[in-house]
Design a protein around this ligand. Structure first.
Ligand SMILES: [Zn+2]
Length: 456
């Protein structure tokens, strides 16, 4: 038989292990064989992996694609162009758009826009607020991947529901079988210190970090874990930034709570000293922590397994919003967040190169686990025969330095500017189609499609 595509001459790596001189065969967008290069079938198109590493397609479950409504920052087309270039085959968009994704019509609008312009496959969360508890089952029927609650004030000013409303939301979401994720920072603590610092004239970039102390994050994790223990809801902690919060997640797992968690490359790569070096460019919520917290995030989160997933929190803003002309100016005038889709795979490969974790552990956290946590596995996050032919080919030895002018988002401000990596995606394949090669996006806008998860 002759199949559509064969990728050969790679080391295939999955969480289960690695196979040298191997590859994947694809027919009609699905995987039909995985194995030794010389045992793969004939193909209309053969991609020579040139000895590089082939892994299941990277799944980023935390991006702000900004569409609908904030297209001046980013849109589905530009975000998924960056994803394709960066080696990411599936992305999940956050709901703090305009309108916010808080009802079925808004979710459908977001899906329609994605179908029209995405380069890679996608999904979306819906937000839960005080106003839409009655709509949870309708939002579920409209196909949301999961739900998000913003516990404190953050970008987009989505007001947090009360603790009672969160308990009710957990009961309702448990019925749908879906998972509820949190922006877990205690809003009262943050608001208190923000006001105090502002009144004292503490306006440095590092002051923004210190206005959002670790205890605000840790307490929010512990409270949500307690609520989930009572309600039986499945919960997720987005962007865990500290060892203290990772420990709170670990305690929840030990108590049998279905709590999953992610961290981002920037919390693993930088310490809070970056605020003194790069200023408001690195401003983000929750903030980048000190070396002691980062060390415990590695030990408890990565080495001991409290952190299930790597995601970016890709959050583009314009250079004006990021105050790039005056990075050490008044931090309260600057905005939080930055792009990440084209630096996440390289950052993780660099950690692999440094021996911080194995290639297998990287794939587990950046592909398999996010797909599992959000109900997309094995269609996404695996190399099983019969599943979507999504994979990422990486050159683990390619050394390069980030120049934001080469990135593909609409706005490319990033603290990773001028950072050096060892490793990069060299081919991105979505359902059997090569959507990017050596950083060039080849796929057509609109090829990407919504991941159907109505199979609970
Ligand atoms: Zn976010």
């Amino acid at each position: 038989m002759t199949v559509d595509l064969v990728v050969r001459n790679c080391t295939v790596v999955t969480p289960a292990g690695r196979t040298p001189d191997a590859g994947v065969a694809v027919e009609d967008g699905t995987i039909v064989a995985v194995g030794r290069s010389d045992r793969l079938p004939e193909a209309d198109r053969v991609l020579d992996g040139e000895g590089n590493v082939l892994v299941p397609g990277i799944v980023d479950c935390h991006i702000h694609n900004r569409e609908p409504g904030l297209e001046y920052k980013e849109d589905w087309e530009s975000a998924t162009r960056a994803a394709a270039a960066g080696g990411v085959t599936t992305v999940v968009g956050m709901p703090n758009t305009d309108p916010v994704i808080d009802r079925p019509e808004h979710l459908e609008l977001k899906f329609e826009r994605g179908e029209a312009s995405a380069h890679v496959d996608f999904q979306s969360y819906a937000v839960v607020t005080s106003e839409n508890l009655d709509l949870i089952s309708e939002i579920d029927e409209a196909g949301a991947l999961g739900y998000k609650v913003f516990l404190g004030s953050t970008v987009g000013d989505v007001p947090p529901p009360s603790d009672g409303e969160i308990l009710e939301a957990m009961e309702k979401i448990r019925e749908t079988g879906k998972r509820l994720g949190f922006h877990e920072e205690n809003g009262e603590i943050i608001d208190h210190y923000t006001e105090q610092f502002q009144s004292e004239g503490k306006n440095e970039p590092i002051d923004h970090s210190h206005s959002r102390p670790v205890v605000a994050e840790r307490e929010a994790v512990e409270r949500m874990v307690t609520f989930a223990e009572e309600t039986g809801a499945k919960i997720h902690m987005f962007h865990v930034s500290s060892g203290s919060a990772a420990e709170a997640v670990a305690r929840g797992k030990d108590r049998g709570v279905d709590v999953t968690a992610e961290t981002t490359p920037h919390y693993l790569w930088f310490t809070e000293e970056v605020m003194r070096e790069k200023g408001n460019v690195a401003r983000v919520q929750p903030p980048i922590r000190d070396a002691e917290e980062q060390d415990r995030l590695w030990r408890v989160g990565i080495d001991d397994g409290a952190i299930d997933c790597i995601a970016t929190d890709h959050a583009p803003h314009t250079p004006e919003e990021k105050k790039v002309d005056d990075p050490f100016g008044n931090t309260w005038d600057a905005i939080s967040g930055f792009v990440g889709l084209e630096t996440e795979v390289p950052a993780m490969l660099t950690f692999v190169d440094r021996g911080r974790f194995t290639m297998e552990e990287w794939v587990r956290r950046h592909s398999t686990n996010p797909a599992r946590v959000w109900g997309m596995y094995p269609q996404k996050g695996s190399l099983q025969v019969g599943t979507d032919a999504d994979f990422t080919v990486v050159d683990p030895d390619l050394e390069w330095t980030v120049d934001s002018a080469d990135l593909h988002s609409k706005n490319c401000v990033t603290p990773f500017e001028d950072e050096s990596f060892r490793g990069k995606a060299v081919a991105t394949v979505v359902r059997g189609k090569v959507v990017a090669r050596d950083g060039d996006v080849l796929g057509e806008s609109g090829y990407g499609t919504r991941v159907d998860v109505d199979n609970e």
